[in-house]
Design a protein. Structure first.
Lengths: 432, 460
């Protein structure tokens, strides 16, 4: 009998139960200071148990599944302490799961350590080729495989495996730096990551100060996805909406954003980095329209927050360790009509930012942010003129998304956010 | 001891050096949301990691099931060999002191000995306390952590270190008319349960309520360069970001620190002395031994304005041939230790708190931290306050909404104009992220005045 079934059998005497068994294996090669610094390999396992009786719940987690009996007992002892809910959270119906395509690659699975070394070297050499002064403080290639097994006392027992290949590189010359990264379920060209990081570093040499001004702000993928991840995504979490911590509370079916803005959370996206056919509560993955042409259509839910709003979970539970525990899958910003070059060529005066920093300090509730830009470039009369020394921007993200008109047509995904390039017009830019 | 024989095996297989780390911790967490005790959880976190070093490169292997330890040792040595074959600049680790100690944490009560019911009672009490207009929503999180780190290496070190920690986090949202605001308060300290009972939670809750009320009527901060005064908590974040990261020895070796080549040079006013010290009792960055089994010592970073040292690990101390100061830290045994901060300590100055505001025509006073970040390569940093106030003609006039401050390390250090007498441990339970790893950090700092910083506000 497999471990989850063994646990469930024993759990039956306490009440209803669900078990989530997560495992991950990783092999990685890391360069530091222009040399290979280390090669790592290892596995991590996490067992999460949620017990339920009389609509009360006990949560227990362990990274040592051989101790599952202790973990189960702990869940049982905590069960009586929590306040009861109106209903059980453990799924009862029979569910048909849809398999997600493109999340497991046999080619990645078969990769040897030598192949990983080779990829890292390609990436490293490509950055060095850009300029002979190029210093590589950090480069990393890793290959990982992750599995989840969910089972409950109502007869659900499902498994899923995915694997990922990832590359990250930082390059520097003096005080100038550049970086790039890529994550994929499929093999890719590692030299491109190195070349991008190297070129960005090279292009950022000899930066100049800019004055404090109101001008257009063009956000490239990493800068925009960073802002979206820290400020926009939490606003769609039903947990935040229900506790008055979301700007979107009470705004369902209202036009809040520009008609150019559409947002989808899609767990079933083919090749999506955050794709999965079920979430941590066994709810099937789905495609949830969150914003359609500026109109707010939905929030993202787990079973607990869905029960509160008397709706169905959208399959966005991230772990059975607490309630609520809501997070997105592939959070997709619908592409616009502009080529990236056109966005720049149609800008009279502005700043193009490759990266943003300090987004984690923004005000999630109001959307106010004042953050730093790095690898930013001054744009004048439709062309990039020079790299910028130091700049901050201060604006309200929700206001900016209300007015936004210029959205790129090319999507990129290196984390949960799938996004194009975007331009916010007339933003407060603070120079030095 | 079985670890000793396994480590001998690593040497036999070809390792110059190897170590085994084991962490066994328990986290009890209680979460209450609007008077509803939503989750009571128990987390048992157990993991091990093995590192092997051969001629300038490391191989590591980790897992949760200690019965695989022998296999992991073989893997780590194999990977170290593979890596070592591919490098040009080989180096050896220097000789480090060997320690054998079983460190008991100085506390009366292990949090695990207190019933969950007792802990829950507190959470419900704070939740009730915060339930008052204009507060519309509350989330309270109280966690108790206890456990042991173990360390063994091929030199013969054999260390066990016990740790207890408390973490409290309260987040509230408030509404007045159409205006909404959120505020949070937290504390985190390394201490036994008896210390928790001494915290004045009534004051804690009423300060939080006052803070959100002020934020509701706060205005936007001005934008541009101006003088700022920051409280001890924000001061520790400022020095953590502006100086600390650039003083981590790996940043120097990787040529990604603006402070590279500045050792022994004057980089700050002569009244400024800054260190990083894991020995500050109760602070979140407290430890006796780092993750590499080296005794944690105070590392002098800036002495009377002169850059005087860096925080190091086994690898960086070997490469730079410097005295080890025990700053090689890792989030857990599966992660690679690297030079990290513990507690950022700014030595107190001569000014009374009021004197920091003298002669400021227009500036910002900011307190509490919502985080910070730095790019040590170009030296640009940013940090954000929980609350801020406008300073006009030396007086605090209006509350401002939370605001970010930016600057460049070398410029801003020169601009530290006054240091207050009011040095205090921050006890906010901070965490610092670097190379994908989080480690607990904090600081002991006074309030300071910086004559010019970039305020990320908005001009009308």
């Amino acid at each position: 009998m497999d471990l989850t079934n063994k646990i469930l059998k024993k759990a039956e005497k306490y009440g209803n139960a669900e078990v989530l068994l997560l495992d991950a294996e990783k092999t990685s090669v890391t360069y530091e200071k222009n040399e290979i610094s280390r090669t790592e390999n290892g596995t991590t396992v996490t067992l999460q148990i949620r017990l339920s009786k009389g609509n009360r719940f006990g949560y227990s987690q362990t990274t040592n599944p051989t101790n599952w009996e202790k973990c189960l007992k702990n869940a049982n002892s905590l069960l009586k302490l929590a306040n009861p809910l109106e209903k059980d959270l453990i799924l009862t119906e029979k569910i048909k799961y849809r398999k997600v395509d493109g999340i497991f690659s046999k080619k990645i699975k078969a990769m040897s350590e030598e192949e990983i070394f080779k990829k890292a070297k390609h990436m490293f050499d490509a950055a060095k080729e850009v300029d002979k002064r190029m210093n590589i403080p950090m480069a990393q290639v890793s290959m990982g495989s992750m599995g989840q097994n969910f089972a409950n006392t109502n007869g659900i027992n499902i498994n899923e495996r995915m694997n990922l290949l990832s590359a990250a590189m930082e390059a520097s010359i003096g005080e100038s730096s550049g970086s790039d990264s890529k994550v994929s379920h499929n093999d890719f060209d590692f030299s491109k990551v190195g070349k991008n990081a190297g070129e960005l570093c090279f292009d950022s040499l000899k930066p100049k100060s800019i004055k404090t001004m109101k001008a257009d702000l063009i956000l490239d993928y990493f800068a925009l996805s960073d802002i979206i991840k820290t400020i926009l995504i939490p606003a769609f979490g039903a947990d935040n909406v229900q506790t008055d911590r979301s700007f979107l509370k009470g705004k369902l079916n209202q036009k809040i954003f520009s008609e150019k803005v559409s947002v989808i959370d899609d767990a079933l996206l083919e090749n999506g980095i955050f794709s999965r056919s079920f979430d941590s509560e066994g709810t099937p993955g789905q495609r949830t329209v969150l914003v359609e042409n500026g109109i707010v259509k939905n929030y993202i839910y787990d079973n607990y927050s869905a029960l509160k709003d008397k709706v169905k979970s959208t399959g966005n539970c991230s772990g059975i360790v607490k309630v609520p525990y809501v997070s997105p899958t592939n959070f997709i910003i619908k592409p616009g009509d502009y080529k990236n070059e056109e966005i720049i060529s149609e800008t009279k005066e502005g700043v193009l930012a490759k990266f943003a920093f300090g987004t984690h300090v923004a005000n999630v509730l109001t959307g106010d942010l004042s953050i730093g830009l790095s690898n930013a470039f001054y744009v004048k009369n439709g062309a990039i003129v020079y790299p910028i020394k130091q700049a901050m921007v201060s604006f309200n993200l929700f206001e900016a998304l209300k007015k936004v008109q210029v959205i790129g047509k090319t999507l990129r995904q290196e984390e949960e956010v799938v996004a194009p390039m975007m331009r916010f017009d007339s933003v407060q830019i603070i120079g030095s | 001891m079985e670890y000793e024989s396994l480590l001998k095996k690593a040497v036999k297989l070809g390792a110059d050096y190897a170590d085994i780390r084991i962490a066994d911790f328990n986290v009890q967490n209680t979460i209450s949301e609007n008077s509803n005790l939503t989750s009571v959880q128990n987390n048992d976190l157990y993991s091990y990691g093995v590192r092997a070093f051969i001629k300038g490169a490391w191989g590591t292997s980790f897992g949760n099931d200690i019965t695989n330890l022998e296999k992991s040792i073989k893997t780590a040595v194999k990977l170290a060999k593979l890596s070592s074959l591919k490098i040009n600049e080989k180096f050896d680790l220097k000789d480090f002191p060997v320690y054998k100690e079983n460190v008991k944490f100085k506390a009366k009560i292990d949090p695990r000995d207190i019933s969950v019911e007792e802990k829950i009672k507190h959470v419900i009490e704070y939740d009730k306390n915060l339930n008052e207009k204009p507060v519309v929503s509350r989330t309270i999180n109280l966690a108790f952590i206890s456990g042991t780190n173990e360390f063994y290496n091929t030199d013969g070190s054999d260390i066990k270190e016990e740790k207890f920690a408390l973490r409290f986090y309260a987040q509230i949202a408030a509404k007045e008319g159409a205006k909404v605001q959120k505020a949070f308060a937290r504390f985190g300290l390394m201490a036994g349960y008896e210390r928790f009972e001494k915290i004045d939670m009534n004051k804690f809750c009423s300060d939080l309520k006052e803070s959100v009320k002020r934020l509701l009527r706060a205005e936007k901060a001005p934008a541009g360069k101006m003088p700022i005064v920051i409280d001890p908590v924000l001061c520790h974040v400022f020095f953590h970001e502006a100086v600390g990261h650039a003083c981590e020895a790996d940043a120097i070796l990787e040529k990604v620190s603006v402070l590279r080549g500045k050792l022994g040079k004057n980089i700050a006013p002569d009244f400024l002395t800054l260190s990083d010290d894991p020995n500050v009792p109760e602070e979140n960055g407290f430890y006796k031994y780092d993750s590499e089994g080296i005794r944690g010592k105070e590392a002098m970073l800036i002495k009377k304005g002169v850059l005087s040292g860096f925080m190091n690990s086994r690898e960086t101390a070997s490469k730079m041939n410097s005295e080890p100061n025990g700053h090689g830290r890792a989030e857990n045994p599966s992660a690679m230790p690297c030079p990290r901060m513990s507690n950022t300590v700014l030595y107190p100055g001569k000014y009374k708190f009021e004197e920091l505001f003298e002669n400021i025509k227009c500036g910002v006073y900011a307190k509490g931290s919502s985080g910070g970040v730095v790019n040590p390569i170009d030296g640009n940093f940013l940090f954000n306050s929980q609350e801020a106030f406008l300073i006009e003609n030396g007086k605090l006039t209006k509350p401002l909404i939370d605001v970010s401050f930016g600057g460049n390390i070398l410029d801003t250090l020169r601009n530290v104009e006054k240091i207050g007498k009011d040095q205090v441990p921050c006890l906010v339970g901070g965490y610092c992220g670097k190379k994908g790893q989080l480690v607990p950090v904090c600081g002991k700092c006074p309030s300071i005045k910086i004559s010019e910083a970039i305020v990320g506000g908005s001009n009308k």
